[in-house]
Design a protein around this ligand. Structure first.
Ligand code: KG4
Ligand code: ZN
Length: 362
């Protein structure tokens, strides 16, 4: 079956064609095209995503991104069997561009339209390269908008077992990176600087508050860590008499990036370890934009090894927002009969997405 998919929940306009086939309970995914058009260069100027500009930028490029996806796959619209689209959660104006386009495409071709939850799509990215991977599993999704752990009992049943009560980890990386002079999104550069800091002979870890909430829950909080990190930067600038507009010396930045990254990594691993303690899971999926972080990735993989859990993380290129992951999630929804009506709308929150999905018996 050929699934065409669209993703436009935040600042990437993406379209893909994925050929999916199932045999003896095993599903194979063949990515025929996976086009991602990033708006980063536009939002960089403002230090973060500006929702209205994001919606307009999606409208500018969506037709050409869709054309490119067909062209790269060597297919035409009449070849495809279904259209999958991210309908929630995300920026409402951004989501609506993708949803409206997908509706028009599916209706003109008279083929099913599949509504996909963006977070569940991040988890499904791990299936693309690992046909042996099947639920039940635990999914740790860490992105610019989410830091959550899910009990995934089957392809379409996700139950939150732990989540952030305020900011997401990716958002903290971006905000903290900004005060040390990095451009948006800062996660990747923080990763690189942390590597240098950790390997430096003068590494001196700065004490920062853990994002693991000190209670029995599996929840996180990144706002305290974010504030403490911002205060550290401002206080250090003041004590070194660094003028406004100038940044800290490189060795201090590297030491800081390493300390921040270690604090995030240890906090996430603490709650993850508690989730794995019961021995309920044999596989873990680590996905979302921040799953590209080399330190966190190594730590989560090693924690899984300690607990005898199989570790799966999408390739770095499939961790960030893309449409191939939407097709993978969409395939399993379609198999369960999830087809949207022509009145499909977009929802900003995960709760909105959950309520909409109650229309289907999953
Ligand atoms: O999943 P994603 O592409 O978009 C959302 O759904 O939010 O995630 C984007 C986030 C950004 O905050 C970005 O800074 C972060 O992922 N990110 C990283 C790394 N690469 C991307 N954070 C830490 N280390 C990285 N290597
Ligand atoms: Zn995402």
């Amino acid at each position: 079956m050929l699934i065409f998919s669209i993703e436009s929940s935040c600042d990437e306009t993406a379209a893909a064609v994925v050929e999916v086939s199932s045999e003896n309970g095993k599903t194979n995914y063949n990515i025929l095209s996976n086009i991602v058009s990033s708006q980063i260069d536009i939002h960089k100027l403002y230090g973060g995503v500006v929702p209205e500009i994001a919606s307009r930028a999606h409208a500018d490029v969506i037709s050409s991104v869709v054309d490119d996806a067909f062209q790269e796959a060597g297919l035409k619209p009449s070849d495809i069997d279904a259209v999958a689209v991210t309908f929630a959660p995300g920026l409402i104006g951004s989501l609506l561009v993708g949803v409206s386009f997908a509706k028009a495409l599916a209706s003109s071709l008279e083929i099913p339209l599949i509504p996909v939850n963006h977070i569940e799509a991040h988890a499904a990215a791990a299936y693309l390269e690992n046909p042996e991977l099947t639920p039940p599993l635990i999914a740790l999704i860490v992105s610019g908008g989410h830091t959550s752990m899910y009990d995934v009992s089957d392809y379409t049943t996700f139950r939150v077992i732990g989540e952030t009560r305020d900011d997401a980890a990716g958002e903290a990386f971006d905000k903290v990176g900004r005060v040390i002079g990095l451009s948006y999104p800062a996660g990747r550069e923080m990763d690189r600087l942390a590597e240098i800091g950790l390997n430096g002979k003068d590494y001196n870890r700065i004490p920062l508050p853990s994002p693991a909430i000190p209670d029995k829950s599996l929840d996180f909080s990144f706002s305290g860590l974010k504030t403490a990190a911002l205060n550290y930067v401002n206080n250090t600038k003041q004590s070194l008499k660094i003028p406004d507009g100038e940044t800290l010396p490189q060795n201090i930045i590297e030491n800081f990036a390493a300390s921040f990254t270690q604090t995030v990594t240890e906090g996430i691993c603490k709650k993850l370890s508690a989730a794995l303690e019961e021995g309920k899971y044999s596989s873990l999926v680590f996905a979302g934009g921040v799953a590209a972080n080399s330190h966190l990735r190594r730590a989560v993989a090693s924690l899984c090894m300690d607990h005898g859990v199989n570790f799966y993380a999408p390739a770095v290129s499939l961790c960030g927002d893309n449409a191939a992951m939407v097709a993978a999630a969409g395939y399993h929804l379609l198999k369960k009969g999830v087809v949207a009506k022509s009145s499909l709308n977009a929802y900003a929150s995960d709760e909105g997405a959950q309520r909409y999905m109650e229309n289907f018996k999953l």
